[in-house]
Design a binder for this molecule. Structure first.
Ligand code: SF4
Length: 368
């Protein structure tokens, strides 16, 4: 029997104006991939960043997430706090200001909106624009990850970001996203498509172990691959295991699952899309032969605020991982080198990279 292509509304993206088809024959082929079908990467990269949790407010309540705070305890960093973190980062040689959010705070977060109003902003994206300006002035390139975004929201901040991101996590409906305010795979697909329409180099990925099946993982990777084929804008895919924390006690995926999933990611995407494994969350040393070529952003200055119980490794540990693999380790910018061109850089980011100042020289040193 000839497999029928999945309908375009399988992932719910059609509700957001995005048509996406994943062919079930491709899914079957990807499900058959084994680690021995892919090759280890010839080199590893990482980025040096500061992690800036602009707000911990989030409209959703994913059951594995300790990042969000409920209304009444959510925080919003002040411009002074942002500047202080960025200055420390620049002094420590970082190049990336990683702005993290919960998803667009809803109307329950009245105190966050009061604070935004006091700062002269009517939305979190308007404030993000100011935050990106601060980062650029301090000598860091912004990479914002503000959850789902509409075209208007992303357009408001795209020109001040070297790259942006959101984790697709999974195309499946999983209980871990359940509850009264459940996030929607279709909307995340639409956000990734919007980045393509706006020529924003983009980072996305899948979260493994939140109740999805192997088939869901294959479909999620193929959905990302289809968007990349359309827009050519996916610079890297993160393959991230869910980890235990005070809200999630359902365990992490086993090593075999991580190995197969990483190999599937390497197979689903063209070679110029990096496959990243976060060394503070995943058993990276045991995944190196599955096609990983990037160790993500690590910070010599700030904590991983999304996974605060899992400390960033020191640079020495990354060097040990590369040494074990017998490959060179090099530092990269938050925008991958393939995207450092007129086609992808906004004038503001291009000017920051070309500037005859200390920050510009630091950026260009990583491109030589
Ligand atoms: S994972 Fe993201 S969307 Fe879900 S609750 Fe946490 S911050 Fe919000």
């Amino acid at each position: 029997m000839i497999p029928t292509p999945y309908r375009t509304d399988v992932f719910g993206a059609d509700a957001y104006g995005v048509e996406l088809t994943v062919d079930s024959a491709d899914t079957e082929r990807l499900l058959a991939v084994e680690p021995s079908d892919v090759a280890a990467a010839p080199e590893l990269t990482f980025a040096r960043n500061v992690f800036i949790p602009l707000t911990t407010a989030c409209r959703y309540t994913c059951t594995y997430c300790t990042y969000y705070d409920p209304p009444g305890s959510a925080t919003l960093l002040s411009p002074e706090e942002i500047e202080e973190i960025c200055e420390r980062g620049a002094e420590a040689g970082c190049t990336e200001a990683l702005f993290t959010f919960g998803d667009d705070p809803d109307g329950r977060y009245t105190e966050i909106y009061d604070q935004l109003e006091e700062l002269g902003h009517d939305s979190i994206h308007s404030y993000l624009r100011e935050a990106c300006e601060i980062a650029l002035e301090c000598g860091l390139l912004p990479h914002s990850n503000p959850g789902d975004q509409t075209h208007e929201q992303m357009e408001l901040v795209a020109d001040l970001n070297a790259s942006m991101g959101v984790m697709l996590e999974t195309t499946a409906d999983v209980q871990a996203h359940g509850g009264p305010r459940s996030k929607d795979a279709g909307q995340r697909i639409a956000t990734i498509a919007t980045a393509g329409e706006l020529d924003v180099p983009f980072t996305t990925g899948i979260l493994v172990g939140i109740g999805e099946t192997a088939r869901d993982r294959a479909e999620s990777l193929l959905a990302i691959a289809a968007l990349h084929e359309r827009y050519d804008h996916i610079q890297e895919i993160i393959v991230q295991p869910v980890v235990s924390n005070e809200r999630w006690q359902d365990g992490s995926p086993d090593l075999e699952t991580m190995r197969r999933t990483t190999a599937m990611a390497r197979t689903a995407l063209p070679d110029d899309v990096s496959i990243q494994s976060p060394p503070n969350l995943a058993p990276v040393a045991e995944l190196l032969d599955c096609g990983i070529d990037d160790l993500g952003g690590v910070s010599p200055v700030t904590d991983d605020h999304i996974n605060p119980e899992y400390a960033w490794p020191a640079l020495r540990e990354l060097e040990d991982i590369a040494e074990t693999a017998g490959v060179p380790l090099s530092e990269r910018l938050p925008i991958y080198e393939e995207y450092v061109s007129d086609e992808w850089l906004s004038p503001r980011i291009e000017a920051a990279i070309d500037a005859d100042d200390e920050a510009g020289r630091r950026y260009r040193a990583l491109l030589d």
